[in-house]
Write a protein that binds this ligand. Structure first.
Ligand code: PMP
Length: 470
């Protein structure tokens, strides 16, 4: 039996827990890290060892661990109401949170012109004014896909059964969300079980033509999307996108003009736009929502992860009165959306979200992030000359380095070599949680990170890259 308490916990864990996104066999050589407590940007083990959470624990822990405003709200809520089902019953936190989300949601551009002339289709009917809760990101995506399909069916357009998704996109692991995901590592095995979406080429600037700007790449990709829509719009419910950054697909970034053009195409061809801001929402990209940078509002906005500041699972899908009205009828019309999850709108999770939004509203978080992002950019700039780094990219508080075998040819290291895992191991040894996505080393720290902690994070990543590429 291992002697330290930490080692004992690791051994007990490996005997009974099946970990997410993990080949458990790896843990024959890779240490399991039990965590006893956390504060701010730091995780602490039972042995007192501290680890800097440079990836905000899978991008959830927006403001840092155990933010005092969120902790106080949760303690208060626990003394009042733990949970109540949300069908037929309601509570203040769910109502207030929906009001607040509607208030801060991206607004449609004043110049937007839907193609279909419909007297019920006013400017306000296309504003995000309705909130449907679920309890994790994938479930939010399922809700948005089902709502879009069901909207068209309720409108007598049941022939619309397909979705368009972007290559390299990621929307979750449940079967519907996985269907519109294009990351082979997660999707390929299950492909016989999945819906068959139409994949449109991503505006990912890294995959652009040599010498092409991100904006030019966006224009070219919009042209390709137009021809897909000319062929498929009649059978399409919606297009789904991760605005500005395709995160799990390797932190691939695109120009904001793609969003503007995408909104216009969705209007022209009369299909829904689903914005999955599960990873990029709440200030991550420099604006409260990534859609704002394209000056657009989607028909469905999926939110989760940072929504509760990383304390409790919760997700929300915002949609318009225009969509809501297509479901609103006598029960006998059979138009209701009968989807549910047991923990829909859990009061504790809603209070955590309200506390998170209050910090974003009352403190100059985005201004502080601008300073931190600039500091991070300056620290990463020298890596442009690194012989094994083909790209250094950043959008707000997300930065990524593309490791390659051959910089000239942009030839990646073979996935089987698992170079990123070597960076991960090195980070653990040095007390920094970096969890590369294949050959992409990325940083997505909590907003409470300090410039000194950014320096440490980057220094350890550089050492890790040296160890992984030698
Ligand atoms: N969409 C995006 C953009 C995500 O990054 C994720 C999670 N990484 C999901 C959906 C799925 O969220 P969850 O893991 O909570 O199911």
């Amino acid at each position: 039996m291992p002697n330290s308490y930490s080692a004992q916990l690791a051994a007990r864990d490996l005997a009974v827990v099946w970990h997410p996104c993990t080949q458990m066999h790896d843990h024959e050589t890779l240490p399991m890290t039990p965590i006893a407590s956390a504060q701010g940007a730091w995780l602490t083990g039972h042995d007192g060892r501290r680890t800097l959470d440079a990836v905000s624990s899978w991008w959830t822990c927006l403001l840092g661990h155990r933010h005092p405003t969120i902790v106080a709200a949760l303690k208060d809520q626990l003394d009042r109401l733990d949970h109540v089902m949300l069908a037929g019953f309601t509570h203040e936190p769910a109502i207030q949170l929906a009001e607040e989300l509607v208030r801060i949601a991206p607004k449609p551009s004043a110049t937007r012109k839907p193609a279909v002339i419909d007297p019920a289709d006013t400017d306000t009917s296309r504003t995000l004014t309705r909130v449907f809760y679920a309890d994790n990101g994938s479930s939010a995506v399922e809700v948005a896909l089902k709502l879009s399909f069901h909207y068209w069916r309720n409108c007598g357009r049941g022939e619309r059964t397909r979705f368009i998704a972007l290559t390299g996109g990621y929307h979750g692991e449940t079967l519907g969300a996985l269907s519109v995901t294009d990351v082979a590592l997660y999707r390929e095995t299950y492909s016989p079980l999945l819906l068959a979406p139409i994949f449109a080429p991503s505006p990912d600037a890294y995959e652009g033509e040599p010498g092409e700007s991100a904006a030019d790449c966006a224009v070219r990709r919009l042209g390709e999307l137009r021809s897909i829509l000319e062929r498929h719009a009649h059978e399409t419910c919606a297009i789904i996108i991760e605005p500005l950054v395709q995160c799990a697909g390797g932190m691939r970034m695109h120009d904001a003009s793609y969003l503007t053009g995408l909104r216009a195409l969705c209007d022209e061809f009369d299909i829904h736009l689903i914005a999955d801001e599960i990873a990029v929402g709440f200030g991550r990209t420099g604006t409260l929502f990534a859609c704002e940078q394209g000056g657009i509002a989607p028909d469905f906005l999926c939110l989760s992860k940072g929504l509760t500041g990383g304390t409790l699972p919760l997700s929300a899908v915002l949609t318009t009165a225009h969509v809501f009205d297509a479901f609103y009828a006598e029960y006998s019309a059979g138009k209701a959306f009968l989807h549910s999850h047991s923990y829909t709108g859990n009061p504790l999770a809603c209070r955590a979200a309200l506390a998170t939004l209050s910090v974003l509203r009352d403190e100059p978080v985005l201004e502080r992030n601008r300073v931190l992002s600039a500091h991070l950019a300056a620290k990463l700039a020298p890596l442009i000359d690194h012989p094994n780094v083909a790209d250094v990219r950043q959008t707000g508080m997300i930065a990524a380095l593309e490791l390659v075998r051959d910089k000239e040819m942009r030839a990646p290291f073979p996935a089987a070599e698992r170079r990123g895992l070597r960076v991960y191991r090195h980070g653990l040894e040095r007390g920094v949680l970096l969890r590369p996505l294949g050959n992409v080393v990325y940083f997505m720290p909590p907003y409470c990170i300090t410039p000194d902690e950014i320096d440490l994070m980057v220094e350890v990543a550089i050492e890790g890259i040296a160890a992984a590429t030698k």
